[in-house]
Design a binder for this molecule. Structure first.
Ligand code: SAM
Ligand code: SF4
Length: 337
C-alpha cells in the first residue's frame, strides 16, 4: 500500500502557516438584511451557479483528506438552504477520523426547526449572531427581522445541548450601550460572547465609518466594570478570548482593524460557487467548480495547491475618511463570515 507523506499533502502556505480550518458559505441568500452586511436590495446568484450539497460534500472530503480538521458552515444564512442538515450529517461522518469539529454560524431565525437535527449530526457548538436584544433595534439593524424567532431558536439550541456563542458586531450609535448588558445576559444564559469590528466588505448603501467602533475602546469601557484578562483559550478562529472578572462568560474580541490577527491565520474559505478565497480581505481566488464539474476530484487537487500559494501575509483593511467604502467588492455573505 502506498504510504501518504503528511508533510507533502498537508496544507501549508508560503509563510509556513498550516491551514486546517475551512469555512464554507453554503448559500449567499439570507432571510435578513443586516445593514453592515448587505444592501437592502441584494441580487443573489442563480441556482445553477451554486454548488449542489453533494458537490460541497465531495469537495469537503478532499479538504479533510488534505488535513482540514475544522469545518464551519456559514453564508448568507446556512439554515435557509434546503436540506442543509443532510450536508452537516454527511460532513459529520468524518468526526473522529480526521475532522475534529463541524460547526456553523447562523442568524438563529431557523434554529427552532433545525437545532435538534444539527446536534444529532455531530454539531456541538454554534455561533449565533445577535446585535441587539431590543426588538425595535433588532428590526432596524436587520432591516425587518423578528427577534422572537432568534430567542426561540436560542432556547431550541439549548434544549438540543448545543453550546452557543453570541456574535455581536459593535456599532457606534446603534448598539454600543447594549454591549455591557449583552455580556451580563450571555453570562446568565451560559453563552459566550464575541464582539466584532465592522469590516469594509461590499457596498451596503450605508457608510460604515459612521458606525465603526474600535474594540480597544469597548474593551477599556468593559474593563472599568469587569477587569479583563487575556486567556490562551482558542476555538480555532480569529477571536481572542478574555476572562471577565466577576462573571463566568468568556469574552472574545475580533479586531481586524485595531489589532491585526493574520500572523497565525489557519483559515481558508469556499463560496457557494466553489471559489476558494484564502483571505477575507483580498480578491484573489481559485475557482474549483468548473474543474470539479469537468474533471472530478482529481482536477481539484492541483487547484488546492494553487490556492495555498495565493494566501497573502495579511489583509489590508482600513476604515475612515481616506479609506474606500469597501476594501473588497464581495459582501461578507458571499465569502462567509
Ligand atoms: N447569516 C449568518 C449570521 O449572521 O450569523 C452567517 C453569515 S454572517 C456573514 C457571519 C458573521 O459575519 C455574522 O456574525 C455577521 O454579524 C458578521 N458580519 C457580516 N458582515 C460583516 C461586516 N461587514 N463586518 C463585520 N462582521 C460582519
Ligand atoms: Fe444575513 Fe448574516 Fe449578513 Fe445578517 S450578517 S444579512 S443574517 S448573512
Amino acid at each position: 500500500m502506498e504510504m501518504v507523506d503528511p508533510a507533502r499533502t498537508a496544507l501549508t502556505d508560503a509563510f509556513g502557516r498550516r491551514i486546517s480550518y475551512l469555512r464554507i458559505s453554503v448559500t449567499d441568500r439570507c432571510d435578513l438584511r443586516c445593514r453592515y452586511c448587505m444592501a437592502e436590495r441584494m441580487t443573489f446568484l442563480p441556482k445553477d451557479q451554486v454548488l449542489t450539497l453533494e458537490e460541497i460534500a465531495l469537495i469537503a472530503d478532499l479538504f479533510i483528506a488534505r488535513g482540514v480538521r475544522k469545518i464551519r458552515l456559514t453564508g448568507g444564512e446556512p439554515l435557509v438552504r434546503r436540506d442543509i442538515t443532510d450536508l452537516v450529517r454527511r460532513i459529520g461522518r468524518h468526526l473522529g477520523s480526521g475532522l475534529d469539529e463541524v460547526t456553523l454560524t447562523t442568524n438563529g431565525t431557523r434554529l427552532v426547526q433545525h437545532a435538534q437535527a444539527l446536534a444529532e449530526a455531530g454539531v456541538r457548538r454554534i455561533n449565533v449572531s445577535l446585535d441587539s436584544r431590543d426588538p425595535e433595534r433588532f428590526a432596524h439593524v436587520t432591516r425587518g427581522g423578528d427577534i422572537r424567532a432568534v430567542l426561540d431558536g436560542l432556547d431550541a439550541a439549548r434544549e438540543a445541548g448545543l453550546a452557543v456563542k453570541i456574535n455581536m458586531v459593535a456599532l457606534k450609535g446603534i448598539n454600543e450601550d447594549e454591549i455591557l448588558p449583552m455580556l451580563h445576559w450571555c453570562d446568565a444564559q451560559g453563552f459566550d460572547l464575541t464582539l466584532i469590528e465592522t469590516m469594509p466588505l461590499g457596498e451596503t448603501g450605508e457608510d460604515r465609518t459612521d458606525h465603526y467602533l474600535p474594540l480597544t475602546d469597548v474593551a477599556d469601557g468593559i474593563g472599568r466594570h469587569h477587569p479583563l484578562t487575556p486567556t490562551g483559550y482558542r476555538t480555532g478562529g480569529p477571536s481572542r478570548y478574555h476572562a471577565v472578572e466577576g462573571l463566568g462568560v468568556r469574552l472574545g474580541l475580533i479586531t481586524p482593524l485595531t489589532n491585526n490577527f493574520c500572523a497565525d491565520c489557519n483559515r481558508m474559505r469556499m463560496t457557494c460557487e466553489g471559489k476558494i478565497f484564502m483571505c477575507l480581505g483580498h480578491e484573489d481566488h481559485v475557482d474549483l467548480k468548473t474543474a470539479f464539474r469537468e474533471g472530478g476530484p482529481e482536477a481539484v487537487e492541483p487547484l488546492i495547491d494553487r490556492a495555498l500559494r495565493l494566501k497573502p501575509a495579511a489583509h489590508d483593511f482600513r476604515i475612515g475618511a481616506d479609506a474606500p467604502a469597501a476594501a473588497v467588492r464581495r459582501h461578507m455573505s458571499v465569502t462567509g463570515g
